[in-house]
Design a protein around this ligand. Sequence first.
Ligand SMILES: NC(=O)c1ccc[n+]([C@@H]2O[C@H](COP(=O)([O-])OP(=O)(O)OC[C@H]3O[C@@H](n4cnc5c(N)ncnc54)[C@H](O)[C@@H]3O)[C@@H](O)[C@H]2O)c1
Ligand SMILES: O=C(O)C(=O)C[C@@H](O)[C@H](O)[C@H](O)COP(=O)(O)O
Ligand SMILES: [Zn+2]
Length: 377
Amino acid sequence: MSLWDDVWDVVWVELGDRRYPIVVADGAMDQAGKWMREVGLSPGSVHLIVTDETVDRAGYARRVAAALTAEGVRVETAVVPAGEPTKSLEWASRLWEAALAAGLDRRSAIWAVGGGMVGDLAGFVAATYMRGIAFVQVPTTWLAHDAAVGGKVAINLPEAKNVVGAFHQPRLVLYDPTALDSLSARDVASGLAEVVKHACIRDAELFYELAERGKELLHLAGSDRGRLLARSCAIKARVVEEDEKESGVRAHLNFGHTLGHSLETLGDYRRYRHGEAVAVGMVFAALLSEEWLGAPPGTAERIACLLEEIGLPVRIPAEFTDDDLIGPMYKDKKMIGGHLTFVLLETLGRARAVTRIPEEAVRKVLDRHRRQFPPRG
Ligand SMILES: NC(=O)c1ccc[n+]([C@@H]2O[C@H](COP(=O)([O-])OP(=O)(O)OC[C@H]3O[C@@H](n4cnc5c(N)ncnc54)[C@H](O)[C@@H]3O)[C@@H](O)[C@H]2O)c1
Ligand SMILES: O=C(O)C(=O)C[C@@H](O)[C@H](O)[C@H](O)COP(=O)(O)O
Ligand SMILES: [Zn+2]
């Protein structure tokens, strides 16, 4: 049997001569060396695995290293602290140093073994080291079905999420869903938020299926899990193919992220998981869609209902004032000429980026959000 047969799915991201596969297969990380050869990466140069402490403890980086070593590759591993604060200039700098010390050259590859934090950070280092070397994503979270695909790589500044970064596509995404078995319940839910997002912006059918499954989604395994991951990756891949560098439709992937990024920043990147902040942001954006774009009444309620069912927050904490929340929105990358842009829903499954949303409209909808979904406790 060939490598390509023993998979749940392979989704190609079609970007001409930079096309790459997203391989979704149980046990895929143990085949990393074979996949490396399959996508034409050079075994002759040193490769660097970047992972975080939690993922390292779970043994995934060692398994990828063993699979690469078995194909004759010299591998070094850099382990960074787990958690969003590591997506920083300080850690990028340490990894540039580590790459240089390990002897990485222009034919080397960086392997990001971990969730979206590791993927964004290691990808940013790969995009900049020696002006850009190859990298491979080996996602280990649900959320990274989104983060590992599409080539957005970045670090945060204290006052703005992902504000320093690049577009640098991976050569391969090697997704082993069995790695998700060791995720905390909190991180499973956080990752599902981006599945809900993909459904909201592009696939109403998927949204209804998710709503039907509700809590069941937290315990998916086997083909159910592999296929849902691949389906959600495919939505992302199609958007990226249409607009790789976000001059148009790619902005739809930012549904829920304007308020979401404000919440992450206000929480010093510690209070919220990314998916949690995006969950609150999607409810807000859906309310704004009802107010501003005439989305069907009840759209926000339906989304909030699904998100709460899978254990995600949808409410704005009482201690954050409107000014607190709106301030960081003016550092959002979708902002143009000092005017706020939001990704809204015309209806479930159909998104539109709307520019020049007045601040008064945002304040009005924050007020509605607080009334319709009052903070608990
Ligand atoms: N580049 C993109 O297009 C894109 C898209 C979405 C999100 N992101 C970024 O991704 C990040 C969020 O991703 P995330 O939720 O995966 O965060 P993460 O990488 O911080 O992982 C969340 C937690 O899960 C732990 N973990 C990871 N894999 C594990 C496993 N298999 N078993 C047990 N624990 C495990 C991590 O150590 C961490 O504590 C944010 O920085 C966000 O901005 C980027
Ligand atoms: O891939 C994209 O494009 C996205 O917007 C996906 C988002 O889920 C992701 O969080 C992304 O990092 C946000 O991008 P940003 O440009 O708003 O920083
Ligand atoms: Zn996101």
